[in-house]
Design a protein. Structure first.
Length: 370
């Protein structure tokens, strides 16, 4: 048994405890929480400077794009970014795998214990079989050409069937998925978690409301677009199953009206922000005040759109651009992400869980304690 204490512990299912103690087994299982160091055996007490919290959960990542670090220009906008990724992503498979191994190792060192990872290929499957990180893989599909919907869907199902568990199949974004492909994905869904890139650029809403804008001009070359007269978020959710949990990713230009609509229409949604990627691509951030902090979580996106895979660095940006206190920031980084991805054993210091333990010093550094 180990008895770990710091200036504060943040269990996240209860209030922070000043000089509290976390008792864990040799396997890292939470055995007990003490509100005072006097309750723990003095000779076994390990005291640290800083705060203790559960391991971080990275809700949105593209591990298979790790070899693209530094290859795409910053702040050029989403259309330029998504047009450049296919040009850059092809590399020798051994180089791609080396970058994936390095990225996985980096996330472990940065205190990340679980990841929601996007896969368009099988390139990252090998690491998910052996990593200490727990991955939920989202096999992601896209095609605006309705005539190719069944072909794309069937290829996606083949990829899904060869993917390590836990896994689910999901649409890429409202603007990149035809009505037919949305329909096939909805029909397949039996309550599995899905995620979708949402309102990452201002012109996404322009596309669906008016049939205009930079994104519209780019996407229309690939197929027919469904101008709905409503927002991108409402367009996508109306084509998705209410029986599944839906993780909406980025939400850079999501409105308070759309957040309210989502709640009023009883969608089970989590809002995943990727602050550094939002700044890297669009140089914009969401209005964090419009989101319910119980359903707000955080991701790093890929090294194509970020210079690091660090939840702590994402929290720094969040802190600078919101009024969230430290307990709320850590809930976003740990508890909410675990709930979004369905990892019941992670996210809080509740008895019986094995959430990992991170030591943080004033949001400057993180050390993995257990």
């Amino acid at each position: 048994m180990r008895y770990l204490s710091a200036n504060y512990i943040f269990p996240l299912h209860i209030n922070p405890i000043k000089e509290g103690v976390v008792q864990i087994s040799e396997k890292g299982e939470i055995v007990n929480i003490f509100e005072s160091r006097t309750k723990a055996p003095k000779q076994k007490l390990e005291i640290f400077e800083g705060v203790l919290c559960p391991g971080f959960v990275n809700v949105h990542c593209h591990l298979e794009l790790s070899h693209l670090k530094g290859l795409l220009l910053q702040k050029t906008g989403l259309v330029d970014f998504i047009s450049k990724v296919p040009e850059k992503r092809n590399l020798e498979i051994d180089d791609i795998k080396r970058a994936i191994i390095d990225a996985d190792s980096t996330m472990q060192k940065n205190g990340i214990v679980a990841v929601g990872d996007i896969s368009n290929t099988n390139h990252s499957f090998f690491i998910k079989e052996e990593s200490k990180i727990v991955y939920h893989t989202f096999v992601e599909l896209f095609s605006v050409n309705k005539d190719k919907a069944e072909i794309v869907f069937n290829k996606g199902m083949d990829l899904l069937n060869n993917c390590p568990n836990p896994r689910s199949i999901t649409p890429h974004a409202t603007y990149s998925v035809s009505e037919k492909l949305f329909s096939l994905l909805k029909e397949k869904n039996n309550g599995e978690i899905v995620c979708i890139h949402n309102q990452e650029t201002k012109s996404e809403d322009e596309l669906f409301r008016n049939g205009s804008g930079e994104l519209y001009e780019f996407i229309k070359q690939f197929g027919d677009l469904n101008q709905t007269g409503i927002s991108a978020l409402q367009t996508s959710l109306l084509q998705m199953s209410k029986q599944s949990k839906i993780i909406l990713v980025h939400n850079t230009f999501t409105s308070k009206k759309d957040v309210k609509w989502t709640k009023e229409n009883n969608y089970d949604t989590y809002w995943c922000t990727c602050p550094k990627a939002n700044l890297y691509i669009e140089n914009s951030l969401p209005d964090y005040s419009i989101f319910d902090t119980d359903t707000l979580c955080v991701g790093t996106d890929s090294l194509a759109s970020n210079n690091s895979l660090s939840i702590l660095e994402e929290l720094k940006v969040l802190k600078e651009n919101s009024d969230f206190d430290l307990n709320t920031l850590l809930k976003i980084a740990c508890k909410n992400g675990a709930e979004a991805l369905g990892f019941e054993n992670l996210g809080t210091f509740e008895k019986g869980k094995i959430p990992g333990l991170n030591l943080i010093n004033n949001l400057d550094s993180v050390s993995v304690i257990a």
